[in-house]
Design a protein around this ligand. Sequence first.
Ligand code: GDP
Ligand code: MG
Length: 714
Amino acid sequence: MNVETGKKRAKGAAEEAGRSHDLANVRNIGIIAHIDAGKTTVSERILYYDGHIRRVGEVHEGNTVMDWMVQERERGITITSAATTCEWPAVASADMPRCQINLIDTPGHVDFTVEVERSLRVLDGAVGIFCAVGGVQPQSETVWRQANKYNVPRLAFVNKMDRMGANFVAVVSEIRERLKANAVPIVLPMGEAESFAGNIDLVSMEAIEYSEEDQGATLRRGAIPEGFSEAAASGRMSLIEALSDVDDAVAEAYLSHGDVPVEVLRRAIRKATLSSRMLPVLCGTALKNKGIQPLLDAVAWYLPSPLDRPPVAGTDVRTGGALERAADDGAPLSALVFKVAADGFIGRLLYVRVYSGKVSKGQNVFVPRLRSRERVGRLLKMHANAQSDVETLFSGEIGAIVGLGKCTTGDTLCAENAQIALERIEFPDPVMFMAVEPRSRADKEKMQEALQTLADEDPTCQVRVDSETGQTILSGMGELHLEILRDRLLREFKVAANTGKPMVSYYETVTGSGQASHTFDRLFGDRRQAARVELQVGPGERGSGVHVACKLGRTELTPEFTDAIEQGVRDAIMTGVLARLPMTDVTVRVTGAGFVDEDSATAMAFRTAAIMAFREAANAATPELLEPIMGVDIVTPPESTGDVMGDLSGRRGQVRELGVHGDMQSAHADVPLAELFGYSTAIRSLSKGRASYSMEPKGFAIVPKAVKEAILNR
Ligand code: GDP
Ligand code: MG
């Protein structure tokens, strides 16, 4: 008896041991910022202090672990967001258990905002990094808005405190004004610029200094130096005041004891952060190795675990009803594929976030989109450019799956007996394209394969062949995006290809509705092929893409014929009626279809009838051209504002918002992408180099008549 119980207990314990960290101690964190604020440098320090890497890499030396693609190291920017797992604190203490921190380094450049977007979708919390000199830069506003959209609790880190002109107080008030966040420092800088010596911790009321010898790895906590005691006391007071509004325990403790115990403060900061009622602000210098450990502590103390986040939403695959899944290993599996990457050695990797249940090596998972069961090969935890095999990924964890060859970004993986489809990640239509041509016949096949791999990894990269010219067209989110794709083609896939000039992608749509019925009837040799299709074409909401409904109710048509009709419509949509451009934001409803006589009905006849009917109906539905519009954020010195605005209206720009940004002026405008070629040079010369800007794709708009004429006559 006893022996058996003992065995059972042992087995139970082993099963539980499968999970390396309690769910409450998991942090899925993104780092978001304006380009060059120091995301990569901060991430690199995090990996160093947690013991994952032995030597700190530097962005300017091109040897960081996080930026591991050749193109990233050369340009010193981050393109792909690498998901990295690390642990903090290095040694657990009584009041702080070890946390598993899954860290995503996101790129700052506008061409890759979709990377930021999909990271935010699967993360629970974020750290916003700001430059102590630059403050709230245009791109930081963009990413902040994205994080607002997903309701992500955040911390702020003011980096580069070592730089001349660093001004912590100014950056904090800029965050309050421009980002409308309740920014409250929880540490203060000791000194600024070359005299920056470390931090004052306003929660523990200690001074923190970092040793120079081991790149800041050892830190000393001690009494607050005389010269900073006043600033510390008033910083602490502001913190207590801010928290009193959120947590009665803080106000009570203060009123009865004149101070607040550390645990009470921490609980209140956590509560305020999780509900986004306060933005705790820290500071330091990643490059000079100061201030990173307190930031990691704050991630562990204050940012959410998966348990603190609302349950993930989806739909019941069978009934279409709304469903929710809370983070719980015992619940049925639900996981989202948020990224696909091709690894030269391992093969195709699917990055997943597990929301509920768990997934193990060798297991079958159900994929609602494919309506099929697929087998999980290896499971990996990623450490920047290295990885380790694991048996199981649990609720709240992020990892990579090898296998599941048919799955792609946005797919849900779930239990077959409890099917759920999580909301798909929406990707914008590409806004630029270029022609790609293989240099030799030998390169042709290799090029097609390589392009497919690139498009598979990156949902904003699309490949198509122009039916008229036979040219291969590669589309993406901007000039830099296309340049990087071309570069990878050459170096990673060793394909010799010539590329054309990047050009703006226009689309076609309809603004009215039209309907048509077409009977196709023709003799091919001695075989007659005939069928009739009737359909309606109408406008869809801007950004809604293409919707085809082919529900014919009770008809004599076989599934083969209905598939042929739908295929015909989808093919027709690829080449619009005005300028053979792909159409978008259209809805098509097939309202009728039938035989001319039973013997002559073929799939080819239905397909062709559908194409012809679509073209007639689309022509009747007032077709128009669509062009990509960029949201442009500009910061300019007042003396150049007039010139910059004049230039903007010459570019068909529409100013949406004007503001003040310190002693500079800011503007937000919508400008057609086609008018933005050469904008960086123009704005530099208009402002003697002092204005700066950033932009993000904002959507598509109907092209004005004069411009439409010019495009159609080209
Ligand atoms: P990212 O674009 O946000 O990933 O920024 P990076 O980490 O690539 O850093 C941009 C540049 O700023 C690099 O040249 C870094 O060496 C530099 N940098 C990063 N952190 C600091 C800092 O704390 N102080 C100073 N002076 N420079 C820094
Ligand atoms: Mg970077």
